[in-house]
Design a protein around this ligand. Sequence first.
Ligand code: AMP
Ligand code: MG
Length: 347
Amino acid sequence: MDTKVWKVDKHVDNLIDYPHVVDAAIFLAENEVVALPTETVYGLGGNAKSDEAVAKIFAAKGRPGDNPLIIHIAKKEQVHSIVKDIPEKAAQLMESFWPGPLTIIFNKKDGVLSELATAGLSTVAVRMPDHPVALALIEKSGLPIAAPSANSSGKPSPTTAQHVIEDLQGKIAGIIDGGPTGVGVESTVVDCTESIPVILRPGGITKEQLEEVVGEIRLDPALKDQESKPKSPGMKYRHYAPNAPLYLVSGSRSFLQNLIAERQKEGMRVGVLTTEENMHYVQADVVLACGKRAELATVASSLYDVLRTFNKENVNIIYSEVFPNTGVGQAIMNRLEKAAGHKLISE
Ligand code: AMP
Ligand code: MG
C-alpha cells in the first residue's frame, strides 16, 4: 500500500479546512487508517464505529485483539454519544483535564462503537487530545476515532512522524506529520466506573494532579505487583522494548561503571540511558542523555526516541538510570520497567 505523508503545521489557521486534513478525514470516512500527531505520542486513527477500520488498526500494528483502543473525540459533548452515563468525578476530571493527556473509562453505550474497538468490554476508554491537528481531523471526520499509539505492537511508541514511517510505512493509508509530540508518554488511564477512581496506567497527568480535583485516587494493584491481573488489558503485555535487553540499574556511579566494564570484557557493545546531569560521568560504547533529571518532563518527552536510537546503534545490552516514582516519574518508571521486562540490578 502507498502511504501518503502529509506535512501539516499545527499553527496554521482554520486547520479543519486545511487540504491535507481534509484528505485524511476522507480516508477516515472511507474506513482507512491514518497516523496523526497528538500531544502525547502519534496515534493510529480509524473510524471507531467500523469493524473494518478497527480491524485495519489491529492488523497494521500486530496488536493483540484483547487489548481495547482509546476512543478520541474533538469536543467534550461528543462523549455523550458513546457512554451510558457520566459519573460526577468523571465530569470534574473532564472539566479540568480535557483536552489533555487523560483517558477516562466509562460504561459504554451499547450498539454505537465497533465491538472490536472495545475488545467486547462493557466499558470504553475516551480521551480528548490537546493537539490542534488531532482535534481538527477528528472534528472534520465527524466520527469518534479509535487511536492506539502508531507503532508496531511491543516497540517504543512514536513521538515523531519518522518513527511512524519506520514501523508502519506501506501498512497504512496516510501519516500526518505535525512535528514532534510534546508530552512523550501516553495518557494516564483512569477508571471512573468505581466510586473511587483507579489509575490503570500512569501517564501525562500525575496522580497528584488528579487528587487535587477529585480527592482520593487508587492505583490498580497490578501496577505494583506483577502477580495481580491488570484491569487494563494492555498492561499485561511487554511494551516499549528496544531490541537489546534493557536493565534498570540502581546504585552508585562506580557500580554502574563496573557493570559496563564486565560486559565490555565479554565483548559486548554497551549502551547507557542516562541524563544530561550524569552523562559526563559514564564511559560506555553509546551514552545517550534522556533529558534532564531535574526536569522529569524532559525525560518523558525524549524517552521513546532514545530507546529507538539504541536500536540504530546496534548495542548488545542497555543499562538505564532509574527515576523517582513521583509526578511524571511514575509514568517514566512504568514504561522503563516494561521495556526492561522488570529486570533491575541494585547495588
Ligand atoms: P494504547 O492505545 O496503546 O495507548 O493503549 C491503551 C490502553 O488503554 C491499554 O492499556 C488498554 O488496555 C487500555 N484500555 C482501553 N480501553 C479500556 C477499557 N475499557 N478498560 C480498561 N482499559 C482500557
Ligand atoms: Mg501503545
